[in-house]
Design a protein. Structure first.
Length: 137
């Protein structure tokens, strides 16, 4: 807002209001008699009874637990009768999706092998970064 639009240079924000802008200039430079706190490293969430205004939470990345992984199926590797046909294929299994290399088994009774690396995954939604300030005085 220019001085021509706001000749008295009156701050239009009340204490507790949030200013969202693409300008890196502190609002205190625009309205010197006011005080502001910059909001950083978070996204805004609409307040409700469970999440009152000013509460915080969330994370940028998580490592899923086994209970959180979507239900899915692993094909069990098994030898077909008479396989392997030659020494070159002795270290391979025939499966419903083709041949796969032999690997150590988690439980030899089930034929299931380990999957996953326990690496954190990003849970950040697509965003545009901007400057946010909360008026404090």
């Amino acid at each position: 807002m220019s001085a021509a639009q706001n000749p008295l240079n009156v701050c239009p924000y009340w204490v507790g209001d949030v200013l969202v802008t693409m300008s890196e200039i502190s609002p205190q430079q625009r309205w010197p008699w006011t005080s502001w706190e910059q909001i950083t490293d978070c996204m805004l969430r609409a307040a409700d009874l469970t999440h009152p205004a000013g509460s915080t939470g969330g994370a940028w990345e998580v490592v899923q637990t086994e209970e959180q992984v979507a239900e899915h199926n692993h094909y069990y590797a098994s030898f077909q009768l008479g396989y392997p046909a030659n020494y070159a294929d002795a270290d391979r299994f025939i499966t419903p999706v083709g041949t796969i290399p032999y690997s150590r088994r988690k439980d030899p009774r089930t034929g299931s092998s380990y999957a996953g690396k326990n690496q954190p995954m990003s849970i950040v939604n697509k965003y545009i970064a901007c400057y946010m300030w909360k008026r404090t005085g």
